[in-house]
Design a protein around this ligand. Structure first.
Ligand code: NCD
Length: 330
């Protein structure tokens, strides 16, 4: 008679990446940008370049043939969800899409740990978007397979920050020495919470432009201050537009407001138009995680500095790289 021994996870999800003894992402979760070192970023970007070349040359290939991704989204998504699907399929794997949790057992009251343990029985990796901060970390605690945080409430969006950083590097050639201005909803925007933290690995300056009620959370400002990175807050973009190398625009996160009147007060606070672009550097990029809801006028789309559509394509290569890495194929 054989005794059943439950399979163990490949490695602890909480070992920091970049550790020379454990310089692999195999079996690891991706929960927060805090887990990355500069060496890790170089490695991820190197794999992403290989992915880009392969997509250009052959479109799809069989690196992850036989592997399955569970794409579990408790919040709306177009780009993140479909880019993970495209990434998995271009690598020859397949996807269990759960976009409408109200049609799944979640609507019967199933807990997140149970849903995640269910999906990992069928899949090799779980991508999770959830309205609560810390949800991905909670899921990872219960899951044996890698969990990738695709946005946890107002917490983090680490794969977006990686693709944002990759975009900056591809578009401007380097990250050190740049002035990055984040504009819009810095309170509820998880993309800026992740990107600002990730940028502290570089020699940069950070500017925050927001209405008073949507300022960058004090704890993030403190965290960044401790790294020695210079930061400054503004209510208008004019004073710092001319010195900005990366203008990172965000949407006011309507769904996070408890008081709709407050949303009405700040919607449309900033609009990037051709006038804005005239005052900006010639070598500069305008980025946006998208969706935009009026923060960047369509007339800006044809400006070569508008990088937000290219940003989505960079995201495909980054997500292909991450999937290959956590599944041990890169
Ligand atoms: C962002 C998000 O979900 O946080 N979208 C995205 O993933 N590209 C930004 C947003 O919704 O405003």
């Amino acid at each position: 008679m054989t005794t059943y021994v439950p399979p163990l996870r490949q490695s602890s999800p909480h070992l920091p990446f970049g550790d020379k003894q454990d310089a692999t992402f195999y079996g690891k979760d991706i929960l927060s940008v805090k887990q990355f070192s500069r060496d890790d970023l170089e490695y991820i970007f190197g794999v992403a370049h290989e992915m880009e070349e392969m997509v250009r040359r052959v479109g799809s290939f069989d690196l992850l043939k036989g592997k399955i991704l569970a794409n579990l989204f408790y919040e709306p998504s177009t780009r993140t969800s479909s880019s993970f699907t495209a990434a998995m399929e271009r690598l020859g794997g397949s996807v269990i899409p759960i976009n409408e949790v109200r049609y799944s057992s979640v609507s019967k009251g199933e807990s997140l740990p149970d849903t995640v343990r269910t999906l990992e029985s069928y899949a090799d990796v779980v991508v999770l978007r959830h309205p609560e901060t810390g949800a991905a970390a909670l899921a990872a605690k219960y899951a044996r397979k890698p969990v990738i945080n695709a946005g946890d409430g107002i917490g983090e969006h680490p794969t977006q920050a990686l693709l944002d950083l990759f975009t900056i590097r591809e578009e401007l050639g380097q990250v050190d020495g740049l002035t990055v201005t984040m504009l819009g909803d810095l309170k509820y925007g998880r993309t800026v919470h992740s990107l600002s933290r990730l940028l502290t690995l570089f020699d940069i300056r950070l500017n925050y432009v927001s209405p008073d009620i949507l300022r960058m959370p004090a704890e993030i400002i403190e965290e960044i201050k401790a790294t020695g990175i210079p930061q400054a807050e503004y209510a208008e973009m004019e004073p710092i537009l001319a010195e900005t190398d990366v203008l990172y625009v965000t949407r006011v996160q309507k769904e996070r407001f408890t008081n709709p009147d407050e949303y009405e007060l700040v919607r449309g606070a900033y609009v990037i138009g051709t006038d804005t672009m005239r005052q900006a550097k010639e070598k500069m990029v305008v980025m946006h995680p998208l969706p935009r809801v009026g923060e960047i006028a369509m007339e800006v789309d044809d400006d070569p500095r508008a990088a937000y559509f290219r940003q989505m394509e960079y995201g495909l290569y980054i997500r292909m790289a991450l999937l290959a890495m956590v599944l041990g194929k890169a």
